[in-house]
Design a protein. Structure first.
Length: 158
């Protein structure tokens, strides 16, 4: 068995999944914050030196697991592992956010695409040389990638 514990909580203006942005890149100015549990404060040492962070979260409001889904950016079904849909077997979320400032154990960021109260499982620095890859092959996303800014979550992912 694998066990994880929350290290903090996301605070955002989104109280319901319906109407939320579906990717951080679609809302680069949307503010949010992570309230880290005090026990994990030493883990923040030197974090202010990074412009972007990767937040790994638990999609706590997702109640369904599906191996095939119709994602928000398409109208046909795909295997869940070929999507970023939240109805995943382990309900893990990944968000790349811009760190604005650190106040004690609170990380203020922009690019929020997460519900208020989302448990944070881990925080990693985004390092372009490690994390960014040039690619021309992005599967079915290539047909709809430009629509991301205007698409919001609806109730199909439960």
């Amino acid at each position: 068995m694998i066990e994880c514990q929350a290290i903090g909580t996301v605070r955002s203006r989104f109280l319901d999944p319906v109407g939320m942005p579906i990717q951080t890149a679609a809302v680069p100015d949307e503010a949010g914050r992570v309230e880290l549990l005090p026990a994990f404060a030493p883990g923040l040492k030197d974090i202010e030196g990074f412009e972007f962070l990767i937040l790994i979260t638990h999609l706590h409001r997702v109640t369904q697991e599906r191996l095939e889904v119709v994602p928000f950016l398409d109208d046909v079904a795909h295997g869940v592992f070929a999507t970023r849909a939240p109805t995943r077997p382990n309900r893990l979320g990944l968000s790349v956010v811009r760190l604005e400032r650190v106040e004690g154990t609170v990380l203020h960021f922009t690019g929020s695409d997460m519900l208020d109260g989302t448990p944070v499982l881990d925080i990693k620095p985004y390092v372009p040389r490690f994390d960014a890859r040039e690619t021309q092959r992005i599967g079915w996303f290539s047909r709809r990638i430009d629509a991301v800014a205007g698409v919001r979550a609806d109730n199909r992912m439960g």
